[in-house]
Write a protein that binds this ligand. Structure first.
Ligand SMILES: [Zn+2]
Length: 575
């Protein structure tokens, strides 16, 4: 039984190294290929030999990646199928743990190879700096510490995952409680918000303890790697060659100066529309005019055909790409029993085609998600001709430019779903969401900058540092009588615990997306040509070049942000 929604997909390029008959789910059959690569590098007699070796390694990585993706897709599309689950877990338990050290061994072999410096510089510069950095940062003594770190992360997830409240006689998860914050009845919202805040505070002590252990561990990891603090380590580990912590600090300042005033304005308007004296933490998600939710479509087929019309109006090439995804059955979008929650875009790395998974239920959020994931899918399609596996993926700071731009560009044609007033309402909510994200992003990022550069702080000092950031970026919201909830509101931000320093990427990408959108307002054809050109570069160039190919500045300062916020604010006034 074929558990994948799509049929057989041909490889984009015939294999020349990985045998057609090899079972990529069986480590004993895979290992000889790694052995061959390991021994062959030493026999390279020219840069051309090394280049061929890199392409063979690339082919193997892509084949294994696709094997994993196929199993992951089958599992998430059929969570109730024991065979799909078994195949997925089998790969996770028996192949994945073997792959990691062998991939790293190949990286070390590459870095040590005499012909490395003879490779064409422009072509391999980005690949080379990534691999070299990865190898140089590795310390055997950090392996055990990183396992410790992963265990603590898991403890945090378990703690948060177990949080439920008894609300009006029913046990509900905190995610389920989110729905009540959209209720027009203010008293109901307050009651729901209070019960969630109270429940979270019950675990505050445990969260603090886990976090303090994480800070200790991360500081040790950084010191082992020869870094002064964990911030320096994290920037290197994430391959942030093209911006520094100083740029991020400048970003925080620019958000405070340029964006927080716009957020305050939006919040004041919300307060006025809701006819409230004060805006409280539970008043932020409800529709300010108490209107029922938008209903963009009935059936998922309708969502797809209308989205197709949006792309038809936007660009023939992108439209053809989305049509191809339908023809090849690379979309699984409807919410049904036996499907994993959430949404994602995955790439079948050998066929070099994208796949989109979603759980659409008929909300405007579904339309946004599809436009977003389609942006990622267009990125995958644009890099199809690239033979170096790692260059078919861009850094996250630019991947999200591809997807977030598509939300903004696609939203210009929302009339495919709605009459004008509703389309305007959807665009308004979307733009307000973008503007409102920046201050929270700055809070989360600046907080971590403080944490890891003051590794020996006390709990009271940490609280004070966080509250200072809440004052700086928190806007008009009145938290009185909920001071403890406010002081610990970072506990729910998973990234701080599990993915340290991973968050500013979304702010950087959103600046890129807003620039693509601003460009398209001036000249749609030029903006789209640049967008597609930048996507086609994949990960082959440094971030500033990817941004500039897309027609954007790679800067996070007030001068870059000011005109974007001006445009967004002007637009909001019209909607
Ligand atoms: Zn995304």
């Amino acid at each position: 039984m074929n558990l994948l929604p799509f049929g057989k997909l041909a490889a984009a390029k015939p294999r020349s190294f990985v045998p057609a008959t090899v079972n990529l789910g069986d480590w004993p059959q895979i290992e000889p290929l790694f052995k061959e690569l390991e021994s062959r590098a030493a026999r390279a007699a020219s840069a051309a030999d090394l280049e061929k070796w890199l392409l063979d390694w690339s082919e193997l990585s892509a084949a294994l990646d696709e094997e994993f993706s196929r199993r992951y897709i089958a599992m998430t599309c059929h969570t109730d199928n024991p065979d799909a689950e078994k195949a997925y877990l089998d790969f996770l338990e028996n192949v994945e743990p073997q792959l990691k050290p062998r991939q790293f061994a190949l990286e070390k072999i590459y870095v040590a190879n005499a012909y490395r410096t003879k490779l064409p510089t422009g072509r391999f510069e980005v690949f080379d700096r990534d691999v070299k950095n990865h190898v140089e940062l590795f310390r055997p003594e950090n392996v055990a510490l990183e396992t410790e770190e992963a265990k603590l992360s898991q403890q945090y997830q378990k703690l948060i995952g177990a949080q439920t409240v008894n609300f009006r006689g029913e046990e509900k998860t905190l995610v389920q409680m989110g729905r009540y914050l959209e209720e027009p009845d203010g008293a109901l919202r307050q009651e729901a918000w209070e019960s969630v805040a109270k429940r979270r505070l019950q675990d505050a002590e445990k969260c603090e303890e886990i976090f303090e252990e994480l800070i200790q561990l991360r500081t040790r990891i950084a010191k082992n790697a020869g870094c002064e603090n964990y911030r320096d380590f994290a920037f290197r580990q994430k391959g942030r060659f093209d911006y520094t912590w100083r740029d991020c600090v400048q970003f925080h300042d620019a958000v405070e100066k340029e964006i927080v005033p716009a957020v305050r304005q939006i919040q004041q308007e919300r307060k006025r529309q809701l006819q409230l004296d004060k805006l409280r933490p539970w008043d932020l998600s409800v529709d300010p005019q108490n209107r029922p939710p938008l209903k963009p479509f009935g059936e998922v087929g309708e969502m797809v055909s209308r989205t197709q019309k949006i792309f038809d109006r936007l660009d023939p090439e992108l439209a053809a790409g989305f049509r191809q995804m339908q023809d090849l059955k690379l979309l699984d979008l409807d919410n049904r029993k036996g499907k994993a929650p959430g949404g994602y875009q995955s790439t079948l790395s050998e066929a070099r085609v994208p796949f989109i998974f979603m759980n659409a239920v008929g909300l405007q959020r579904d339309v946004e998600t599809l436009l977003h994931e389609a942006g990622h899918a267009f990125h995958a399609q644009a890099t199809r001709g690239e033979d170096l596996y790692s260059y078919r993926n861009a850094p996250i700071e630019f991947c999200e430019v591809a997807s977030m731009s598509m939300e903004l560009l696609g939203n210009e044609f929302l009339e495919e779903f709605y009459p004008v007033p509703q389309a305007n309402r959807a665009r308004k909510t979307h733009l307000e969401g973008i503007i409102g994200f920046f201050p929270w992003m700055a809070t989360v990022d600046a907080f971590q900058h403080w944490i890891y550069t003051h590794a020996n702080h006390t709990r009271a000092e940490r609280k004070a540092a966080y509250l200072q950031l809440m004052d700086r970026f928190g806007g008009e919201v009145d938290w009185s009588s909920y001071e403890e909830a406010r002081a610990h509101s970072w506990h729910r931000q998973l990234h701080i615990f599990i993915h340290p320093f991973y968050y500013v990427e979304y702010g950087i990408a959103q600046l890129g997306a807003l620039q693509v959108w601003a460009n398209s307002r001036r000249n749609p054809a030029t903006a789209l040509t640049a967008y597609k050109k930048a996507l086609a570069l994949g990960g082959s160039r440094p971030l500033p070049e990817l941004f500039s190919a897309a027609g954007c500045r790679f800067q996070f300062d007030a001068a870059t942000i000011n005109p974007l916020i001006e445009l967004a604010s002007l637009e909001l006034k019209k909607l």
